[in-house]
Design a protein around this ligand. Structure first.
Ligand SMILES: NC(=O)c1ccc[n+]([C@@H]2O[C@H](COP(=O)([O-])OP(=O)(O)OC[C@H]3O[C@@H](n4cnc5c(N)ncnc54)[C@H](O)[C@@H]3O)[C@@H](O)[C@H]2O)c1
Length: 386
């Protein structure tokens, strides 16, 4: 039976130029497109490890529909030609790890703004549709966080719910270099919006709210640098795998909503296949029902990992560290991030499904299966003396 869009029209196969296809979100999106759609993907990235299972062997059922191009969009003359070959470009490429925002602010700003500029320009000049990945960090802090701690207004959603078309973007001072990422993402959003308004660029902007799941980031010393600091899911997974305490930055009081990557990818597929409903829109994509503090996340992960690994948890599973100690000078954070879902519901009829418990159980089962043995070997290997 022919696949149809939300308005009942048949979906024509398309060619998608996916930049950053070798990352966490890209790998899940490529998997979905290969398994469930007839679309072709030109997959661009500097790494391909996370999509190798989709590229080899050549006997895979979708061979011929996915083509990997190893390139750095900072300096590669093939970029415009690849965008021209496609019907739609999806830009996922970015430095997007909080540990980098205040320690590598120049790289962060260049990656999230300057490097994205040619992608927007080529799409606009060649009349190609663009789906650009921004972030929920563009909202910065909530209005509620400026109210006195005991103010009853803090409980009023008007002071914390984040709405695409109404909420302000509130960042810290320039010395708080943590906001380099959010600010660069905001400026590229404004540029894309202006290209739409002035030059007719067909665009969709996605603001992910903490998408998590298998293949997110890396485990330091196993499939990434030993000194690297990945995002919270991988940091906590790494500590659990090594039987170390989970580090809670500034008491782990920040509140976050986590969504399972597979739920979020459903939303992206709807955007891809329903351009008339997605063009000109900015979409929050998150799960407002899965809100916890980072401390609660650590506690849940500890409990679930103990179940999955069949090993008792440490007596004191967490330890408090200051943000200065953990991230260095210039760190700051958003207090709370709950997405308003009105626009994505209205345009695409999409809702997330997976509870936090279930998504953590699926993810930690994957982490345990993938890394536990490698970590045991790495820990037991004798250290060479100099
Ligand atoms: N995962 C989340 O919850 C989340 C939250 C907010 C925003 N985002 C945004 O979504 C996008 C994808 O995030 P992700 O979690 O998959 O990150 P990721 O780091 O796993 O993937 C990004 C990919 O882009 C590639 N890349 C970076 N610079 C490149 C360049 N110059 N040339 C070619 N490739 C380059 C990297 O190699 C990597 O494979 C990013 O723009 C990020 O800011 C993600």
């Amino acid at each position: 039976m022919a696949r149809v869009d939300l308005d009942g029209k048949p979906i024509e196969p398309m060619t998608i130029c996916m930049i950053g296809a070798g990352g966490f979100i890209g790998s899940h999106l490529c998997e979905k497109l290969m398994a469930e759609t007839p679309h072709r993907v030109l997959a661009l990235d500097v790494y391909s490890d996370k999509i190798r299972h989709l590229l080899e062997p050549e006997s895979l059922p979708w061979a011929g529909r996915i083509q990997f191009h190893r390139l750095n969009i900072k300096h590669d003359s093939r970029l415009e030609g690849l965008i021209k070959m496609a019907d739609l470009t999806i830009n996922l490429a970015a430095i997007c790890t909080p540990a980098d925002y205040n320690t590598r602010p120049l790289d962060t700003i260049y990656s999230n703004f300057i490097d994205a500029l040619p992608v927007v320009k080529y799409c606009s000049e060649n009349n190609k549709r663009l789906i650009h990945f921004s972030t929920c960090e563009v909202y910065g802090k909530t209005i509620g966080s400026f109210l006195p701690k005991d103010s009853p207004l803090r409980e009023d959603p008007a002071y914390y719910l984040l709405k695409e078309d109404a909420s302000p973007c509130i960042f810290g001072s320039i010395e708080k270099q943590r906001w380099s990422y959010a600010c660069a993402k905001q400026l590229i959003e404004r540029l894309i919006y202006a290209e739409g308004a002035e030059n007719g660029l067909e665009f969709t902007i996605v603001r992910p709210f903490n998408w998590i799941g298998p293949r997110m980031d890396f485990i330091p010393g196993i499939d990434g640098p030993s000194e690297g600091v990945p995002r919270v899911l991988a940091c906590f997974s790494n500590a659990l795998l090594r039987r170390e305490q989970l580090k809670l930055v500034d008491g782990g009081q920040s509140q976050r909503t986590f969504i399972y990557i597979k739920d979020a990818i459903e939303a992206v597929l709807l955007m891809i296949e329903n351009p008339q409903r997605a063009n000109g829109q900015i979409f929050n994509v998150g799960n407002p029902n899965n809100e916890v503090t980072v401390r609660q996340l650590a506690e849940m992960m500890t409990q679930i990992y103990s179940k999955v690994s069949e090993e008792a948890a440490l007596d004191v599973p967490t330890i408090d560290v200051s943000s200065k100690e953990f991230y260095g000078e210039g760190y700051d954070d958003s207090d709370k991030r709950i997405p308003d879902m009105t626009i994505i519901n209205r345009q695409l009829g999409w809702n997330p499904k997976t509870s936090l418990w279930d998504l953590l159980e699926a993810t930690l089962t994957y982490q345990h299966r993938t890394y536990a043995e490698a970590i045991k070997k790495a820990v037991s290997r004798p250290v060479a003396s100099s």
